[in-house]
Design a protein around this ligand. Structure first.
Ligand code: DGL
Length: 251
């Protein structure tokens, strides 16, 4: 395995592009191959087994391209399939989880709202995280929100979130966790809707750091040359254009 082999990254759609942006920023020498599985999106309202079937197919395609590491830039796919992938693959697998730990560290005595897909919030992995850092935390499933991000319908996403936050006394909320990579594209929309003292956390920075650590530990870092990004999808030509546009968008 050469250091110049690509890092494979995937999500059900454009969400993982927000993670990819951070990985490119932290690891500019790496060659990234990003796969958006739009044909099978959303993952977050499927059963775990259905998600595993989709994920196996994506990973099979990425392995054909000789990836040196796999980043699951999707909280839902990580919860459903990371353990299985780690047991089967001989390359490093980096997954994601809702950034509840940093939110817990910032918490005073208020609530933490964890926004994520229904599947992420109901699987065992999240229950374990709640046992460790869940004091004051509330599960807030957001079915339908990723679709609005995919379609770049920001105004409708704003209305969706307004309805959602209306159910809480936001002054009592210490942190909002963006537990789905799609929601990171709504960071500035959400920032404008919540009190100034409420923190917003997501897992992108930590995931990029973890990738850097894992590559360094295995002597697989590619440094000293300019990296690259290749975007692919199981979806339409239009979704490829959306991915390109969002890769350039500041989050
Ligand atoms: N972006 C994905 C995540 O982080 C999920 C979106 C979906 O397919 O439902 O969970």
């Amino acid at each position: 395995m050469s250091n110049r082999n690509p890092v494979g990254v995937f999500d059900s759609g454009v969400g993982g592009i927000s993670t990819l942006q951070e990985m490119v920023r932290q690891l500019p020498g790496e060659h990234f191959l990003y796969y958006g599985d739009m044909k099978n999106a959303p993952y977050g309202t499927k059963t775990p087994e259905e998600v595993r079937v989709c994920v196996r197919e994506v990973v099979r395609k990425l392995l054909e391209r000789k990836i040196k590491a796999l980043v699951i830039a999707c909280n839902t796919a990580t919860s459903a399939a990371a353990a299985e992938l780690r047991a089967e693959l001989d390359i490093p697998v980096i997954g994601m989880e809702p950034a509840l730990k940093p939110a817990h560290e910032l918490r005073k005595d208020g609530q933490i709202l964890v926004l994520a897909t229904p599947l992420t919030l109901r699987l065992e992995k999240f229950s374990r995280l709640m046992e460790l850092y869940g004091e004051g935390a509330v599960r807030v499933p957001c079915p339908g929100l990723m679709e609005l991000v995919e379609a770049e319908r920001e105004e409708e996403a704003r209305e969706y979130l307004q309805r959602l936050f209306a159910g809480f006394d936001m002054e009592q909320v210490d942190a909002v966790v963006l537990g789905c990579t799609h929601y990171v594209f709504l960071r500035s929309v959400i920032r404008d809707m919540i009190p100034e003292h409420t923190a917003l956390t997501d897992g992108n920075e930590g995931t990029a750091r973890q990738l850097g650590r894992v590559l360094a530990a295995r002597g697989l870092l590619n440094e000293g040359e300019a990296g690259s990004v290749t975007l692919e999808t199981s979806g339409s030509e239009a979704s490829l254009e959306t991915m390109k546009r969002l890769l350039e968008k500041a989050v």
